[in-house]
Write a protein that binds this ligand. Structure first.
Ligand code: UDP
Length: 378
């Protein structure tokens, strides 16, 4: 008989959520993690007393009460509404597009004036076939070129005319002064006061859960698989399939972390959409809400900033964003069918080859866990 009911591969949000839910349903779970720490890409190590979002800013936002209740069981959350700015040359704009942005661009001061100007700017398109056509039909050429075209080309390494509109649909255009980064429906927003790593550690700290760090499942697959009745895999799908059908496409990022004196930009996130700036955004970690929990402090002497440089994925760097084109989607579907036929349960962004926010990842793991374990109320 296997020693564990489940072997969960990967200790990020997807794996940790499933592991905890399974343990609470009375199952024995082994979690195997390739890296030397838990929390996957939400990892927040401390530097200069500041929690650093090592793999880019992670802000928790959700419209799901169940997901919010789940994550807040494992960490005290600091209320935090994410805001960002956009810097073009030496000008700063409010972002995402809201009434203040339109005032800064065109001098319009009321929602009615802004709506009238936007209506003049829009380039109608009955059936937009790509991101560029969609953006032009929503906001017109000036806004598209200033805020979206360069950022998107840098981020994805492709012309926006070759990308799906779904990539930017999540960015709102508001005719009010609401400059919240995330959709209005996401009533629950915040950051774990002690960071995501501590939150995931708390999730995995349960009777019935054992965690092994720095162990690569793919390197000891047969030994590892013999340990458990069922493997729940959250790593990359094409690695699981031994790249037999080729590599899946991803976009990667290089993060450049810098410690500086004082305060660099006075905000958690400033986007740089211009094509001639090689990074897409700069995160200043002490402004992401967590320092209000007594860590570092916004007025601390030092600050940590991170520049993000988009890169192509070469099989050795980190696969961050799945490329959602038809060829990759079809290849991913084949890998998934093979993996499921072999009995693997796939969870999370990498294993599902799907870009998902953190709350969607948690919701997916909870839903699959309750279906599989015949228990609700997670
Ligand atoms: N985007 C843009 N300009 C910006 C910020 C985002 O054109 O200043 C586009 C870009 O295509 C990006 C997408 O919107 O990939 C989603 O951006 P978001 O900041 O939500 O993405 P994430 O934080 O997940 O990278």
């Amino acid at each position: 008989m296997s020693r564990y009911d489940f072997l969960v591969v990967g200790a990020g949000l997807a794996g940790a959520t499933f592991a905890r839910a399974a343990a609470e349903a009375g199952r024995r779970v082994l979690v195997m993690e390739r890296r030397g720490h838990v929390a996957g890409n939400c990892h927040t190590p401390e530097r200069e007393g500041i929690l650093v979002h090592q793999h880019g800013p992670h802000l928790f936002h959700t419209s799901s009460r169940a997901v919010w209740e789940w994550v807040t069981r494992f960490a005290a959350f600091v209320p935090y509404r994410h805001r960002a700015l956009s810097r073009v040359g030496d000008r700063l704009y409010s972002f995402p597009i809201n009434l203040l942005t339109l005032y800064q661009l065109w001098g319009v001061t009321t929602p009615a004036e802004a709506a009238a100007r936007l209506a003049q700017e829009r380039i109608p398109c009955e059936r937009p076939r790509n991101l560029e056509e969609w953006a032009l039909s929503q906001v017109g050429r000036e806004i598209y070129e200033t805020f979206f075209a360069g950022y998107t080309a840098k981020q994805w390494g492709r012309d926006p005319a070759d990308l799906p509109a779904s990539l930017v649909r999540r960015l709102p255009v508001r005719l009010t002064h609401d400059d919240s980064y995330f959709p209005d429906r996401d009533v629950y927003q915040g950051v774990p006061a002690g960071g995501y790593t501590a939150m995931v550690e708390a999730m995995l700290d349960a009777p019935g859960v054992e965690v092994q760090l720095s162990v690569d499942f793919l390197e000891e697959r047969s030994r590892a698989e013999a340990l458990a009745g069922q493997v729940v895999y959250t790593g990359s799908l094409d690695s699981l399939g031994g790249h037999r059908q080729g590599y899946l496409g991803y976009r990667s990022l290089r993060f450049e972390h810098t410690v500086l004196e004082g305060d660099f930009q006075g905000a958690g996130q400033v986007n740089y959409p211009a094509r001639d700036v090689p990074w897409t955004r700069i995160t200043e970690h002490k402004h992401l809400g967590q320092s209000s929990a007594g860590r570092g402090g916004v007025s601390g002497e030092r600050t940590v900033i991170t520049r993000e440089y988009p890169q192509s994925y070469d099989g050795d760097n980190e696969p961050y964003y799945p490329l959602a084109d038809a060829e990759n989607r079809a290849r991913a579907a084949r890998y998934r069918a093979d993996a499921e036929a072999q009995g693997y349960l796939l969870l999370g962004r990498l294993a599902r080859y799907q870009y998902m926010d953190m709350d969607v990842v948690v919701g997916q793991s909870l839903a699959v866990a309750s279906r599989l374990l015949g228990r609700t109320g997670f």
